[in-house]
Each structure stands twice: as C-alpha cells, then as structure tokens.
Design a protein around this ligand. Structure first.
Ligand code: TYM
Length: 329
C-alpha cells in the first residue's frame, strides 16, 4: 500500500482568523485530513516579528487553537501544536539560514511590505522569517503545503532551500508542493478589492473575522466596495463583485457559473444580503463550537501537549539525520 503523504501548514496567532484564512487555507486543511498525515501548527514564533503584548499574545494563541478545532480539524487525526513547543524548528532554521542567501531574502515581497509598514521595528526576524517557515515545512519531510496564494514566494524559496540542501549533503528533505484551492486562494479586502483581505488591516470593515457578530458581518458585506455596472459577473473589471462571488461559491460549493446564473438580472442589494446570510449561517456552528472549546481549556491543553509530543518525535528523527549529514559530532 502507498504511504500516506505528509501535509504541513500553519497560521500566525495575531488578532483572529479571517474568512480569507479559512477559505484560502483551513478549508483545505480539513479536506486533506481525510487521507494524509497532517500537522497543523500555530506558528507563534513567527508572530514575534511584530511586537506582542505578552498577556494578550497568550490569550490569542490559545484562542487560535480553539479556532482551529472549531473549524472542524480533528485533533485525533491531525497533529495540532504550537511551533514554540518543538525547539527543532529553530535549530533547523539556523542551519537552513546558513545556506540561504541574503539576496534571496531581500527579494521577498512580504518582507518589503512588512518592513515598509513597521518602519520603527524592521527587526532581523522579519528578514529571516521565510527561513523559519522553510524549517517548519522541511522538518516533517512535508509533501503538500495547503496555503493561500500570498505564500507562493515563500514556498518557492522553501523548495529551493530543500533542493540546495539535498544537493550539498545528500537526499534528506522532500521538496514540498504548494496546494491552493481552485478558487478562493486570494480573498480580497471588502474595502479595497484589489488588495488581499488581511488580519492586520486597520480598516475593520475590510475584513471578516470568523468571530465577527452576525450584525457586523451583514453590515460589512452590505458596505463592501463594488462598482456601478450593476451586473453580477465574475471578471477582473469588477473585483468587488468577483470577490463576493468567490466567497459565495467557496462556502456553498456552487460553481461560479451557478452563482452567476442564479443572480442574473438581480441587483447588488439582493446579492450582498444573500452572501452575508450565507457567511452568517456558515459561521454560526463555528462560533458555538469555538465558545465550547474556550470553556474547556483543559481539553485545549491536552490537544497541544499531545500534538507537541508527536511533532517532537518526528522532528527529532529528521534532525538526527540532518546533524549526521552535516558532520556534527
Ligand atoms: P498567515 O497567518 O498570514 O495566514 C494563514 C493562512 O491563510 C492564508 N491567507 C489567505 N488565503 C486567501 N485569501 C486571503 N486573503 C488570505 N490571507 C491569508 C495564508 O496564505 C495562509 O495559508 N507565513 C504564514 C504562516 C506559516 C506557514 C508556515 C504556513 C509559517 N510557517 C509553514 C505554511 C507552512 C502566514 O503568515 O500565514
């Protein structure tokens, strides 16, 4: 029988998960758990590239775990854990950093964007962020990485680093493939639909959080920036409407064509209200389940402790080989 493939992915615990995170990544995580060995990580060390208030950070980190579970990830099937609980991530990151060129990191658009946004804190973690991400992935000999479109450049760098290591020291890592949804790999801001929806957007109306109230979801979608064409069409010239069709289709499973033909001849008002209702219905069980998990922190603790133990073992297996390959005594 063919061995199951390994899947790794993660999200940074800051703020709370967005509909973009869910459609771009978590929806696939759930799909892949059926016939893959999956590790889903809360990449808390990555979040430290932006200054965090320790108390708040602790709370947000736990809340992310509850959000993973509320999204439907099964903690018995998947390894769900905190990055900082498995120190091999940092060890491998150092090693990979020594075969990654400054020129490669300078080309990363996320670094350019983030260093532009945080002028007073352009720390070296922000710069070496993609190396830690490569370590996360390669540590588990990952085959598939389910992420949104914005991680493409980081994934390409990870593949280059893996290939380089294998060429220098002998076959050690799998060269991972990126796995994105057919549609919804880039959910856009509701206020500036040519920009991606982001957890850190300063305009709260631009982003739907999985935890938003029903009222605020309705308001945000009704206020979403569209155009004056007044036709429900899926085309680049109408990025706001295109984005709402994408959301609609991703959450209902209807194809883009089906959504478009359902709303033929109808106005934006009806379409927006229906889309908001679909999002609200979809998130209702999520929120209920989230509350239940947050009221059961003992269970949350069990999940991350078990996850860390299982991840540690796999990580140590890889690191034993890496250290040997590199000649460490
Ligand atoms: P993060 O925390 O920004 O986002 C988590 C996941 O959500 C996807 N995503 C989106 N997908 C579609 N539309 C959007 N608007 C949208 N916004 C975010 C992201 O692509 C991601 O899949 N660097 C990563 C975290 C990370 C990681 C890893 C991921 C660290 N190590 C190893 C995979 C494997 C990040 O910042 O994701």
């Amino acid at each position: 029988m063919r061995e199951k493939k390994t899947v790794f992915s993660g999200a940074q615990p800051t703020g709370s998960l967005t509909l973009g995170n869910y459609i771009g990544a978590l929806q696939n995580w759930k799909e892949l758990e059926k016939d893959h060995n999956c590790l889903y990580c809360i990449v808390d060390l990555h979040s430290l590239t932006v200054r965090q208030d320790p108390k708040e950070f602790h709370k947000v980190s736990l809340s992310f775990l509850a959000q993973y579970l509320a999204s439907g990830l099964n903690p018995e099937k998947n390894i769900i854990f905190f990055q900082s609980h498995v120190p091999q991530h940092v060890e491998l990151s150092w090693i990979l950093g020594c075969i990654t060129y400054v020129g490669e990191l300078k080309r990363m658009t996320q670094f350019k964007d983030k260093s532009g946004q945080n002028r007073d804190n352009v720390n070296s973690g922000l710069f070496t962020y993609p190396v830690l991400m490569a370590a996360d992935i390669l540590l588990y000999k990952t085959d598939l990485v389910p992420v949104g479109e914005d991680q493409k450049q980081h994934l390409e760098l990870t593949r280059d680093i893996a290939t380089r290591f294998n060429n220098l020291y002998g076959e050690t890592f799998s060269v991972p493939k990126m796995y994105t949804p057919k549609i919804g790999a880039r959910i856009m801001s509701l206020q500036e639909p040519t920009k991606k929806m982001s957890k850190s957007d300063e305009n709260a109306n631009a982003t739907i959080l999985l935890m938003d109230s029903e009222d605020s979801i309705m308001k945000k979608i009704k206020r979403a920036v569209t155009d004056s064409e007044n036709i429900i069409a899926y085309r680049d010239e109408q990025p706001g409407i295109k984005n709402l069709i994408t959301i609609y289709s991703s959450l209902t499973g209807l194809s883009v064509e089906e959504v478009v033909s359902k709303y033929e001849g109808k106005g934006y008002g009806v379409f927006k209200t229906d889309t908001a209702e679909i999002v609200i219905e979809f998130l209702r069980p999520f929120k209920k389940s989230y509350e239940d998990y947050m009221n059961n922190l003992d269970f949350i603790e069990k999940v991350y402790e078990t996850g860390a133990k299982r991840a540690y073992e796999l990580a140590e297996n890889t690191m034993t080989l890496v250290r040997k390959r590199m000649g460490m005594v």
